[in-house]
Design a binder for this molecule. Structure first.
Ligand code: AR6
Length: 167
């Protein structure tokens, strides 16, 4: 297992799958979700409309359509309401469910954005700790070998991810 942190636009990555920080409708939105739908093209939305949405903390997989990535794993992070609404556990579940699908589809490389760290307002440092812990634990538990990229879209998340990874 190799874990790396990179800064940039997740839609440009040539990996087996990228993860989308979607919403329960799976019908697109702003942030990374909007960028992924724009880059993948309209067929993605057509496909997503047939999936019946997705609950918070769960994940569904589609093809990558016009993306360099073969697949997109759509997961729905929690909205941050202060931390008393099970937000940390729901975020952890997003990472576990994404890894579960990556293993099921025998993927060898996977890239995550900082789920819930944009419009859903999850405190970024806590979110980055959860992300790295859950991915490491899940892959060790399953003894699964995959290259995982955490993709930061801004300097703050980039710094935080690197710091946590070093510890
Ligand atoms: N590549 C990588 N990371 C990105 C990109 C990109 N192209 N664009 C934004 N980010 P957000 P959420 C970062 O708001 O908080 C959508 O409308 C961004 O800087 O995309 O889970 C959905 O439809 C931030 O660090 O997702 C939902 O309604 C991180 O990705 C809602 O937003 C997540 O920010 C989900 O909110």
């Amino acid at each position: 297992m190799k874990i790396s942190v990179i800064e940039g636009d997740i839609t440009t990555l040539n990996v087996d799958a990228i993860v989308n920080a979607a919403n329960v409708s799976l019908c697109g939105g702003g942030g990374v979700d909007g960028a992924i739908h724009r880059a993948a093209g309209p067929e993605l939305l057509e496909h997503c409309r047939t999936l019946g949405g997705c609950e918070t903390g769960l994940a569904k997989i589609t093809k990558g359509y016009q993306l360099p990535a073969r697949y997109i794993i759509h997961t729905v992070g929690p909205v941050w309401y202060g931390g008393m609404k099970n937000e940390p556990e729901l975020l952890a579940s997003c990472y576990r469910e994404s890894i579960r699908l990556a293993i099921e589809y025998k993927l060898t490389s996977l890239a995550f954005p900082a789920i819930s760290c944009g419009s859903y307002r999850f405190p970024t440092e806590q979110a980055c700790k959860i992300a790295i812990r859950e991915v490491k634990d899940a892959l060790e538990r399953e003894s699964y070998n995959i290259d995982v990229y955490f993709v930061a879209f801004d300097k703050k998340v980039f710094r935080q991810l690197n710091q946590i990874l070093k510890q």
